[in-house]
Design a protein around this ligand. Structure first.
Ligand code: GUN
Length: 281
């Protein structure tokens, strides 16, 4: 039976509609939520992502500003800009677009963002709280969007075998922790995993976030599995996911498309986190 295609674009729109009301409520109490985005260098994909974030902010009524810095920016100068935004009472969320040029330590920069403005949730404090299950941290946007899509589609997570392919700090690791928090039995696979095919074939829920176009084909997927494709690689054929869509849709029970699956959810969750930051103030 062909898989049900999970429409991330539609769900993201629904989330944004709900957020508009929250922005109105904040504004009527005198707070204009504001996101500051820092983009260093010329990576074309990053420029597209950042423009999309700016558009999405304006659509729901969040103020935004983009700081575009040259690729030879020194770490100390980026630190100074982050410090300035940390001190700016009108800025509620700070996002440093990744990847950063080689001369800048991603770790130093992400950890220099005040935890209560770290709307990407990638700093050590928010990530540590997420792992420990403490308090109310900012949750990284893509994994948060994945869980939203799974839950709103009505897929049961509790007790299921969830396999996450990819161990990045942005997606794989936090996605695994969130699935664990929803009581899945979680396995993380990566580029060095032996017998990947055998492990993947056990997945009731499969999250593919390894950045290798079409690595996962229908023959590897368990009949009826929920397959969430986070891969977005630009190839000669356009944007491609980690999952071979045509063969996967014959085996999976649910499948996210690329584009139009997880991507729009990432931005919707960023808006949600920014409103949360402004509300906490
Ligand atoms: N680059 C690709 N995805 C992301 C993301 O979610 N956050 C940041 N800061 N950079 C990214």
């Amino acid at each position: 039976m062909a898989a049900k295609i999970i429409d991330g674009k539609m769900r993201a729109k629904e989330v944004r509609e709900g957020l508009k009301n929250e922005v109105l409520a904040l504004k009527s109490s005198g707070t204009i939520p504001k996101l500051s985005v820092i983009l260093v260098g010329e990576d074309p994909a990053s420029h597209i992502y950042v423009s999309n974030k700016e558009k999405a902010c304006s659509e729901v009524g969040i103020a935004s500003e983009i700081h575009r810095l040259p690729s030879n920016t020194r770490e100390i100068d980026l630190m100074k800009l982050v410090a300035k935004l940390n001190d700016d009472k009108n800025v509620h969320g700070i996002l440093v677009q990744l990847p950063l040029p080689d001369q800048i330590s991603e770790e130093n920069i992400l950890n220099s963002i005040l935890p209560n403005k770290d709307v990407d949730g990638l700093g050590a404090q928010n990530m540590g709280m997420l792992v420990k299950g403490e308090g109310d941290p900012f949750i990284p946007c893509t994994p948060q969007g994945i869980i939203d899509l799974i839950k709103t589609t009505g897929i049961e997570i509790k007790g299921k075998n969830a396999i996450v392919v990819g161990r990045s700090n942005i997606v794989g690791k936090p996605a695994a922790i969130l699935l664990l928090g929803q009581h899945a039995t979680v396995t993380i696979c990566h580029s060095r995993t032996l017998n990947l095919k055998e492990i993947i074939s056990k997945a009731d829920i499969l999250v593919a976030a390894i950045g290798k176009p079409r690595l996962i084909t229908g023959d590897m997927i368990k009949e009826g599995a929920a397959v969430i494709d986070v891969g977005t690689t630009r190839t000669a054929k356009g944007w491609e996911g980690d999952v071979d869509f045509d063969s996967a849709k014959e085996k999976a029970g649910y499948l996210t498309p690329v584009p139009g699956g997880v991507g729009p959810m990432t931005i919707a969750m960023l808006l949600k986190n920014t409103i949360k930051a402004a509300s906490k103030k």
